[in-house]
Design a protein around this ligand. Structure first.
Ligand SMILES: *Cc1c(COP(=O)(O)O)cnc(C)c1O
Length: 372
């Protein structure tokens, strides 16, 4: 009896060892696809390898035998896809012996830049629009020891300023105009194909500065050229209606949306994004804050996935264009950031039942649960 038990334990241990493959961060894992050499000092928090989760309730709503997955990039080390680009940008900054980095941010870039800069032993300066950064993101930048300057202006203004500064001072700019960001972020497309064994038919993604849609497309194309997939997806990009310069093809002076991560009126990667749309035979659409919140709540309450409002724009967008999707399609919606980033939004926008001030009394509680 005892022997059998031990045998079982030992055989299981062996099994576990075989199943467990250590993941060393996306630069190590996709080294041959990235601009690094043997001597590059890699700054990593083991980002990447985020799950691709089948969305049963969305499949049901759309019907037509579609398969919709969420690429849940909110599970990266600082809670957003920005970590994919930041590990590359900070690694290259370190290689170039840079001592400080700077960025403008709606929140996630600053959180990620601060974390990776500190891990690399550098200072990090961040410019944010005063009052428009979600609480969780601000908390992160503070904890990671960023030097934060909140300006009375929006993201676009902040970006102008940091671009000027990085031209004249020895500080590396780590916004998505930094070409290494796109290199790191393209690995998300590799992971999608590595997981599915093929490219999806559609990729749905929220757009702010449109660095991420550019990066995904680059990743898909590189795998395609290397014959690691047989076709390319159509790229569907979504913006919030109050902040949709790429959809309406004009600069938005005062962008406004509950999805603060994509509250950007003048995207720096505008030309690249339009190129992606053309090359992939994709399309761009806007979604209202109401549609975003509907998807946000649906993901939480029906799928058990808590993403931030900007991320829900990808699912909101898919639901909006569902009529255009042919049957049997495989679709990946990118969930760019973690819901914990924006607790205020969660507390204000939910359909939960919440009763407070109850007596700590067994009968009361049972009654409230609806039992007798
Ligand atoms: C940065 C960000 C986006 C927008 O990405 P772009 O590359 O600027 O288009 C979307 N969602 C979240 C959560 C982000 O942090």
């Amino acid at each position: 009896m005892k022997n059998n038990f031990l045998k079982k334990v030992f055989s299981r241990k062996k099994e576990t060892k075989n199943i467990f493959k250590p993941w060393n961060g996306l630069i190590e894992e996709y080294r041959e696809w990235l601009p690094v050499s043997e001597r590059t000092p890699i700054i990593s928090l083991q980002e990447g390898q985020t799950p691709l989760i089948l969305l049963h309730s969305i499949n049901e709503i759309i019907g037509k035998n579609v398969k919709v997955y969420a690429k849940y990039d909110g599970l990266n080390p600082t809670g957003s896809f920005k970590d994919r680009g930041m590990t590359m940008a900070i690694t290259k900054a370190k290689e170039e012996k840079c001592e400080a980095v700077i960025c403008a941010s709606t929140g996630n870039t600053s959180a990620s830049a601060a974390a990776y800069a500190k891990r690399g032993g550098m200072r990090s300066f961040v410019l944010i629009p005063d009052g428009y950064v979600a609480q969780g993101k601000l908390a992160q930048a503070l904890v990671y020891g960023a030097e934060i300057l909140a300006i009375k202006g929006n993201f676009d203004k902040a970006l102008e300023i940091v671009q000027e500064i990085s031209k004249s001072y020895p500080i590396t700019l780590v916004n998505s105009v930094n070409p290494y960001r796109i290199q790191g972020q393209k690995t998300a497309a590799f992971e999608v194909i590595d997981f599915l064994g093929k490219a999806p038919d559609y990729l749905c993604i929220p757009m702010g500065n449109a660095g991420n849609i550019t990066a995904y497309w680059l990743g898909f194309k590189e795998y395609y050229q290397a014959k690691l997939c047989k076709k390319l997806p159509k790229m569907f990009g979504f913006q919030a209606s109050g902040s949709a310069p790429l959809v309406f093809n004009k600069i938005v002076e005062n962008p406004n949306t509950i999805a603060t991560a994509i509250r950007i009126g003048n995207p720096v990667n505008r030309k690249k994004a339009l190129q992606v749309k053309k090359e992939s035979k994709g399309d761009f659409f806007d979604v209202s804050d109401q549609e975003i919140l509907h998807a946000y709540k649906l993901l939480g309450a029906k799928e058990g996935i808590f993403c931030e409002p900007a991320s829900a724009a990808s699912v909101a967008g898919l639901l909006k264009v569902a009529n255009e999707i042919p049957k049997n399609s495989t679709i990946v919606c990118v969930l760019t950031g973690n819901g914990l980033k924006d607790p205020d939004c969660a507390i204000t926008n939910n359909d939960a039942k919440f009763e407070s001030g109850l007596d700590p009394e067994l009968r009361t509680i049972i009654k409230r649960l609806g039992f007798k």
